[in-house]
Design a protein around this ligand. Structure first.
Ligand SMILES: Nc1ncnc2c1ncn2[C@@H]1O[C@H](COP(=O)(O)OP(=O)(O)O)[C@@H](O)[C@H]1O
Ligand SMILES: O=c1ccn([C@@H]2O[C@H](COP(=O)(O)O)[C@@H](O)[C@H]2O)c(=O)[nH]1
Length: 209
């Protein structure tokens, strides 16, 4: 089976997950598997929760990217992988893993995936979801308070101290690596249709082999 790997990057709250889910819902889980870079955040068992809250989670060094690269190579070779489950509410990796199966299409999602040349080399198509910073921070406040156990103060403080400067230093420049820039992510129906057609072509080529 030939596998294609699609990278979907973009700032926090840009709509990466929404676009990824729309693609997976369209094709189904048998055709599309997803690896989220966030699953590969490094463990910090050595620090108490209060100290973990202060770490910079928006720098490329905060991820175990070599493990993700190894997993992508395994998936491409047709082997399932055990992906760590990250728990944002405690800022740490949980003890659980999930099995991700090989599939004709693998989507790799994350804020910093285009910063890694090793990850970029594995990708057949690179998509950057481009959404204004004010919209992204508003979405993030709502999500982090509702789903990630944060206070408004902590979201604002983290945004100003690490999220925004790291976005400007690493995420925004990585947009230049993209093949396709999608304003407004998963709600951009024209871009979604184009991506679906591109994936469809690949799936038909696989069937014909
Ligand atoms: N184009 C859009 N318009 C309005 N809301 C959106 C849009 N795309 C995503 N959202 C919402 O914004 C939030 C963050 O989107 P998400 O896809 O999780 O972003 P990311 O994965 O890039 O952090 C979610 O609540 C989602 O439903
Ligand atoms: O322990 C953690 C790990 C990550 N974060 C933040 O998550 C976002 C990336 O997730 P998106 O779904 O793309 O928004 C990143 O900006 C980190 O700051 C965290 O707060 N705590």
């Amino acid at each position: 089976m030939k596998t294609i790997i699609i990278g979907i990057a973009g700032g926090t709250g840009s709509g990466k997950t929404t676009l990824t889910e729309k693609l997976r819902d369209h094709f189904g889980a048998n055709e599309v598997s997803v690896l989220n870079h966030d699953s590969y955040y490094k463990r910090h068992d050595e620090l108490p929760y209060e100290e973990r809250c202060k770490l910079n989670y928006d720098h490329p060094d905060s991820f175990d990217t070599p493990l993700m690269v190894a997993h992508l190579r395994e998936l491409r070779a047709g082997h399932p992988v055990q992906v760590p489950v990250y728990d944002y509410t405690i800022h740490n990796r949980s003890d659980k893993t999930v099995t991700v199966q090989p599939a004709p299409v693998i989507i790799v999602e994350g804020i910093l995936i285009f910063d890694s040349p090793e990850l970029c080399d594995l990708m057949d198509m690179k998509v950057f979801v481009d959404t204004d910073a004010d919209v992204r921070i508003l979405r993030r406040i709502v999500r982090d308070v509702k789903e990630r156990g944060r206070t408004l103060d902590s979201v604002v403080n983290q945004y100003l101290t690490t999220v925004k400067p790291m976005h400007e230093q690493f995420v925004e420049p990585s947009k230049r690596k993209a093949d396709l820039i999608v304003p407004e992510g998963g709600h951009n129906l024209v871009a979604l249709e184009l991506l679906i057609k591109w994936v469809d072509n690949h799936l038909h080529a696989v069937e014909a082999e």
